[in-house]
Design a protein around this ligand. Structure first.
Ligand code: ADP
Length: 248
């Protein structure tokens, strides 16, 4: 049901590529401050769904609304990013030769439209915000290290921090824990829950242990639509989910 308060509202979204229906009447709703997990087999349409939300792909049919009334099907990628939708792809894309701090400073400046510069003078508030993000992403003690020296997991956290510097209202995160150690994976669940206290977060993941740690509502996609939605216990006991995904 469409509410004027939903941060994200997809209804009846379909898109085909060369006659192949990647999304088939998909419906998906996220409320403010909600953390959501998306699972599903390869080819289920998870990436396509993110592409639709971020304006990379246009739906053939269906409604896509942000923050109640903003029709995302009428916006381009840059406008959607500007509206406050951040997307983290699977591979971290931090500036390896820059320090952790400078990566965050660059991200903060990017929000102002000041690209690739460290010469913009930071205000006291900016510095405080960077410190706050460093704490959220568990990198306060590493702020003067170059990003190249971080572990894979820490680079993922730094990239999440760079997105936070842009103050998104909705953060889309693609397979954050792939390649992480068990300790980093557990920490990432805590970190994302913390982030979702001030914004909505949608996470696509295959790691069921991590999904269980998140303890949030799960949506399982298959063949471009929702197979099951609910708690991890509900979804993982669904016969269709077992047949299409978990039992494979
Ligand atoms: P998932 O992320 O769940 O693995 P995808 O959204 O990547 O699934 O893909 C869904 C289906 O749509 C796949 O069969 C894929 O091959 C197809 N697909 C996705 N994007 C394109 C594209 N740009 N052109 C052609 N086919 C695509």
């Amino acid at each position: 049901e469409k509410k004027p308060t939903s941060i994200l509202y997809l209804d009846g979204v379909s898109v085909s590529f060369d006659g192949f229906k990647a999304l088939n009447s998909l419906s998906f709703v996220v409320e403010p401050g909600e953390l959501r997990a998306i699972i599903g087999p390869n080819g289920a349409g998870k990436t396509t769904m993110m592409d639709i939300i971020t304006g990379k792909t246009r739906p053939d049919e269906g409604e896509v609304f942000f923050n109640g009334e903003v029709d995302l099907t009428k916006k381009d990628e840059a406008e959607i990013a500007e509206l406050g939708i951040g997307r983290k792809f699977q591979k971290p894309t931090v500036f390896e030769s820059h320090t952790v701090w400078d990566n965050l400073e660059l991200a903060l400046n990017r929000k102002r439209g000041v690209f690739a510069t460290l010469f913009y003078r930071l205000s006291v508030e900016d510095k405080a915000r960077i410190e706050e993000i460093l704490e959220t992403i568990r990198l306060t003690g590493r702020k003067d290290d170059v990003a190249a020296n971080l572990s894979h997991g820490q680079k993922q956290w730094l990239e999440i921090g760079m997105l936070l510097a842009q103050e998104p209202k909705l953060l889309l995160v693609d397979e954050p824990v792939a390649g992480m150690t068990d300790a980093e994976t557990a920490e990432t669940a805590i970190l994302l829950k913390q982030i979702a206290k001030t914004r909505s977060v949608v996470v696509v993941e295959h790691d069921m242990g991590f999904i269980r740690d998140l303890g949030v509502k799960v949506t399982c996609l298959a063949e471009g639509s929702v197979l099951a939605e609910g708690s991890i216990d509900f979804v993982s006991n669904d016969q269709k989910v077992i047949e299409n995904y978990l039992g494979r």
